[in-house]
Each structure stands twice: as structure tokens, then as C-alpha cells.
Design a protein around this ligand. Structure first.
Ligand SMILES: Cc1cc2nc3c(=O)[nH]c(=O)nc-3n(C[C@H](O)[C@H](O)[C@H](O)COP(=O)(O)O)c2cc1C
Length: 396
């Protein structure tokens, strides 16, 4: 076994947070901070975690729960686990296997993977690499022509749903990326890159893999008609000129007959609007604290959204999920499923597919143990009676 794979398999890696320092060691600072960081003062990033600590359990003791049923059904797909892997843009920068490796790990564990528009691998290769359902996350970067083309490719490749992210009218200010010279590293002159090179050279294992993989490539799933794949450098400008609006959902539906998900809902009003637009699911999300700093923690926003939706569609949540106890709390608060972002991406950055597999396995074991300790036989049986929620979280 190679060193990185050995490190994630070590018995000293007992929780997802243990994968984080392994990721930090393997990849350059610019890559680690792109993955780990949030927007501006990172208040929302931290609050995503803090909110989980404010919810406590109401266990049922002295009951026997011999085997816990972790299975669920998401958008008509039977999943072995109640969490999916969230879209994480340019995972290929963390490890050459990138999106293909993550999708393979998800499928092998019996769950679904959501591929970001900002993927380093072709969507066809990602779909072919997974035994499980794969959904496509859509940004309208590159305009309608590019979006229509990618929607058609996703349909032909067999993607199971389109996840439209609505919280990115511009990219949030990720201060760590600026300080680490991310822009200079992507496109600058050698002189501009110079201050950041020592840290890159201090990670020879990552650098070798990155160079052998061909370095930074243009985005194979954002193909501008008449121009070809979009260079990575153009992403922020392209995002700023292609904000998605509710009106866009109508033409998106003309090209995509399957289920549509709106990702980035934080209020009951937006949730009702999404229901009116005919989406099949929403994800309560602040983009992992990477967009508007000062957004509420996703978990705090969940009760209001669940109440507003009133069971009409599936409500997912993402943001700050690092443990099985977090997943159980979100489900008890009414989430139908949960998306994990950094939890598996730390593993991916630490050791490629072996790291993503390890993260999923840790979460699966966590879930099983948590349900047993809670005295709850299955994911399906979880409800509000298993948790104490701060009174201030209750919707009016
Ligand atoms: C490095 C990174 C890149 C991301 N890229 C995207 C993306 O391309 N599209 C998207 O909808 N969300 C993206 N997200 C947000 C995730 O899908 C998800 O909402 C978030 O990671 C959840 O928070 P968590 O990381 O604390 O689990 C990204 C998150 C990270 C950490």
C-alpha cells in the first residue's frame, strides 16, 4: 500500500477530522486552503459546526437495537446510506483521481455522488466510473449555449438529477485564496508565481502527481460554443455574469425532463418559491460557508425550511457535517438526506480514492453506532422526539 493510503487506513484515524491534517500535509497550502477555507471572516463556516453542538439527543435507553437500517430512498434511488457526496469544484486539483475517484467511492458504498460543473474530469467518465447514481450540479457559466450543451450531455450519460446551485451570483471572497496567490498560481507569470513556489515545491508527492496529470486543464464540461472548454481562470468572471434566477428554472426544465434540485435555500420563502417552480428537492445550504459570510448555519435554517415545505418535496441539508451524530441530528430535524462536502474531500486530498472511501466508512460506522446508542432502529424512524433543539430555532 502506498504511504498516503496507509496513513488514512491507520487505526489512529478515528474520525473525519483526523483526515484533515493528512490532507494539509499532502497538498500545498493554496490547495488545502481552497478546500478548507470559507468566505471573509469565516463566521458562517464556523457556525455550521457550532450549530450541531447546540442540538442534543434524547436517547431511549434499555432497548435492544440489534441491527440498524441505514437505508433510504432519494429521488427514487435506493441508497445504502442517508448521505450523498456534495459537489466539490475542481477536486482533480486535490488528487488526479478527483471527481472520478469520489464518484467511484460513493457508488461502491451504495450512495450517490453530485458532480460539480467545475469538474476536472469529463462528466461521461465520472458517470461511467460509478456503480451508484450520479447527479449533475449546474452553474450557468458560459451562458445558455454552454448550459444547454452540458444538460444534454448529462442526459445522454445517464445522470439522475440536475442540482441547480442558486447561491452563487458571484463567488464569495475567499480571503485565504487571495493571500495564497491562487490567481497568480493559475495564470500569473513566473515572477508573480515566485513567492508561492517554495510551498508548492515542499509537497513533491502532490506536485509529481499534478504534473503527470497534465497540470491545470480547462473545464471539460463547460464548453463555450465556438470557443471550446473554459479556462479555469475565467470561472469567477463567468460566474458573475451568469447568475441563475427563478425564471431560468423554466427553460432548464425544457431541456431536462428529470428531477431538478435547488441547492442553496436558507429561508422558508425561498423554499416555497422552489416548490412553486416544481423542483423535486432542495438543499438547505450556505455553500459550506464559502459564499455570504453571515448566512445562518444550515442546521439552524433547517426547521424553518422543513416547516415551509410541509412534506411536499425532499429537503436535504449540507454544511458542517463531519460526524454521524451530525447526520442523525439533521435527519431528526426533518432533513430527508444530507450532503457531505469537506468530510470526503479531506480524504480525497489526503490519499485519493482510499481517503474518500475511509471518510465514507467512518461516517457509516458513526451512523450505526449513533442509532444504537440512541435506541433508534432505523434512519426512517428518526424524528424530532430524538433531539432537544434550542427554543430560538423554532420557526414562528
Ligand atoms: C472546495 C469546495 C468546492 C466546492 N464547489 C462547489 C461547486 O462547484 N458547486 C456547488 O454547488 N457547491 C460547491 N461546494 C459546496 C458543497 O457542495 C457543499 O455545499 C459544502 O461543501 C457543504 O459544507 P461542508 O463542506 O462543511 O460539508 C464546494 C465546497 C468546497 C469545500
Amino acid at each position: 500500500m502506498r504511504r498516503a493510503a496507509r496513513a488514512v487506513a491507520s487505526p489512529r484515524v478515528v474520525c473525519v477530522e483526523d483526515l484533515r491534517p493528512l490532507a494539509r500535509r499532502r497538498v500545498p497550502r493554496a490547495v488545502f486552503d481552497y478546500l478548507d477555507g470559507g468566505a471573509e471572516g469565516e463566521v458562517t463556516l464556523r457556525d455550521n459546526r457550532r450549530a450541531f453542538e447546540e442540538v442534543t439527543f434524547r436517547p431511549r435507553h434499555a432497548v435492544v437495537v440489534p441491527a440498524c437500517d441505514l437505508r433510504t430512498r432519494v429521488l427514487g434511488h435506493d441508497l445504502a446510506l442517508p448521505f450523498l457526496l456534495a459537489p466539490v469544484g475542481y477536486s482533480r486539483m486535490m488528487h488526479p483521481g478527483g471527481e472520478v475517484a469520489a464518484a467511484h467511492a460513493a457508488g461502491a458504498a451504495g450512495t450517490a455522488y453530485i458532480l460539480s460543473t467545475i469538474s476536472g474530469h469529463r462528466l461521461e467518465d465520472v458517470k461511467a466510473g460509478s456503480a451508484g447514481p450520479v447527479f449533475f450540479q449546474l452553474y450557468l457559466m458560459g451562458g445558455r449555449g454552454a448550459a444547454e450543451a452540458v444538460i444534454e450531455r448529462a442526459r445522454v450519460a445517464g445522470y439522475g438529477a440536475l442540482v441547480v446551485t442558486i447561491d452563487t451570483p458571484v463567488s464569495g471572497l475567499r480571503e485565504r485564496d487571495h493571500r495564497n496567490g491562487m490567481k497568480a498560481l493559475i495564470s500569473g507569470s513566473v515572477l508573480e508565481k515566485l513567492p508561492f513556489l517554495p510551498n508548492i515545491l515542499a509537497h513533491p508527492g502532490w506536485l509529481l502527481g499534478f504534473l503527470l496529470d497534465g497540470g491545470l486543464r480547462p473545464l471539460p464540461n463547460v464548453v463555450i460554443p465556438g470557443h471550446g472548454p473554459m479556462p479555469l481562470l475565467d470561472v469567477n468572471t463567468a460566474l458573475a455574469s451568469s447568475a441563475v434566477t427563478w425564471a431560468d428554472f423554466r427553460w432548464i426544465r425544457e431541456g431536462w425532463r428529470g428531477p431538478i434540485v435547488a441547492k442553496g435555500i436558507l429561508t422558508g420563502d425561498d423554499a416555497r418559491r422552489a416548490v412553486d417552480e416544481g423542483v423535486a428537492a432542495i438543499s438547505v445550504s450556505n455553500h459550506g460557508g464559502r459564499q455570504l459570510d453571515g448566512d445562518p448555519a444550515s442546521l439552524r435554517a433547517l426547521p424553518e425550511v422543513v416547516k415551509a415545505v410541509n412534506g411536499q418535496i425532499e429537503v436535504w441539508m449540507d454544511g458542517g457535517v463531519r460526524r454521524g451524530t451530525d447526520i442523525v441530528k439533521a435527519l431528526a430535524l426533518g432533513a430527508h438526506a444530507v450532503l457531505c462536502g469537506r468530510a470526503y474531500a479531506y480524504g480525497l486530498a489526503a490519499a485519493g480514492e482510499a481517503g474518500a472511501v475511509r471518510a465514507i466508512e467512518i461516517l457509516r460506522e458513526d451512523l450505526d453506532r449513533t442509532l444504537k446508542l440512541l435506541g433508534c432502529p432505523s434512519i426512517a424512524a428518526l424524528d424530532r422526539s430524538y433531539v432537544n433543539v434550542p427554543r430560538s430555532w423554532e420557526p414562528a
